[in-house]
Structures are given as C-alpha cells and as structure tokens.
Design a protein around this ligand. Structure first.
Ligand code: ZN
Length: 194
C-alpha cells in the first residue's frame, strides 16, 4: 500500500501495488497525488516500465482522477476501468465541472483529471487477469455507489479492493461508514458522473 497523503492527510487515500511477475496498481488516486505515488513506487523498488496495469475501481477523482497523469510516467501500463467510466477517462471535460459542483474546494485538492489515451484503456465488467506465476486478479462489477464501480480480488492473499462499494472503515472508531448512494437516490438533482 502506498499512502498518497492527498492534501497532507495521512491514511486517507491509498494506491495498492500487487507485485506478481507483472505489476498491477489498484487506484491511481487523484491527479495532485501522482508525485507522491511515484516516489512511493520508487521506495518499494517498482520500476515504472514494469507496471503493466492500473486498475481503477471507479472514476471518481479520489480513485481514478489521476489515471491520465500517472500514465505519462508508466510507458507500458494500461488502465482497467468499467466501460461506463471509460468515456470520462478519455475525455474528462464533463467529469471535472461535475466534480467541482459536488465536491467544491475538495476538487481543487484532488486536482483536474487529464485524459487517458483511448488505446491505453481496457474496458471490463467481469474477468480475470493473469499476473504471472499462476497469480490472478479477478474483476467483478459492483455497481451501487457508482454505476461504474468495479471490485478486484488478488489471488495471493485473497485481498479484495472494492473501491467505494463497501464503505470506508475507520480503525480509530472501529466503524464502517457507508459511502454515498447514487445521486438518483439522494433526490437532490445533483448532476454527477454516476
Ligand atoms: Zn466514489
């Protein structure tokens, strides 16, 4: 796990590194945190050219907003994303203003997303990726928080990366805080990328 220290906050937003024969990252985090992610990868001896996939659970800025910026430093990596999220990674012109509407000043802390080249995206709802040496990454569609939420499971330890599909665990209080439901359930007419 690489803590991104977005906005100076520790233990808030992280990326995960799965080191098989191929290297997988789960979550790019927001674009303003990419320098922290890159220095974290260096600390754990990950060569940038060895990263094969960046899997984002969904495209909200805190999870996948930095994918375009990150890919500029990862010459061989492709992004795994839900097909409903793909158009907003290729062209974030709607994602940014709608994020600003919903998140306010927090969107500026996360940073503006940069586009991801279409040919570097793998859209998927269900599937299995081979990490080499018999290790796998399983992808499952888990919509609810967002219509484009995927969950990933790795076969080394059975670790699951649900994005915002399963709430946020706060260890200090030993509670799980539910993430927001889709805006259509809020009934407040927010125009957000669901
Ligand atoms: Zn989210």
């Amino acid at each position: 796990m690489v803590g991104l220290e977005t906005g100076g906050f520790k233990n808030l937003i992280c990326s995960y590194v799965i080191k098989g024969k191929k290297i997988f990252l789960v979550e790019s985090g927001p674009s303003n945190s990419i320098p922290n992610l890159l220095s974290g990868l260096k600390e754990i001896d990950v060569k940038l050219e060895d990263v094969e996939y960046v899997a984002v659970t969904h495209i909200h800025l805190d999870h996948g907003g930095g994918a375009g910026t990150l890919l500029k430093s990862l010459p061989n990596a492709k992004v795994i994303v839900h097909p409903r999220g793909m158009p907003h990674l290729v062209d974030p012109k709607r994602l940014w203003p709608s994020s600003q509407n919903v998140l306010g000043f927090v969107s500026e802390i996360f940073g503006k997303p940069e586009p991801v080249p279409k040919e570097r995206i793998i859209p998927v709802t269900e599937g299995t990726f081979d990490l080499g040496h018999g290790a796998k990454l399983y992808v499952t569609e888990t919509v609810g928080h967002a219509s484009h939420n995927l969950s990933f499971q790795e076969s080394f330890n059975g670790g699951i990366f649900p994005g915002d599909a399963a709430g946020t665990y706060i260890p200090e209080f030993d509670v799980v805080v539910p993430t927001t439901p889709p805006p259509s359930l809020l009934g407040c007419g927010i125009s957000f990328i669901r």
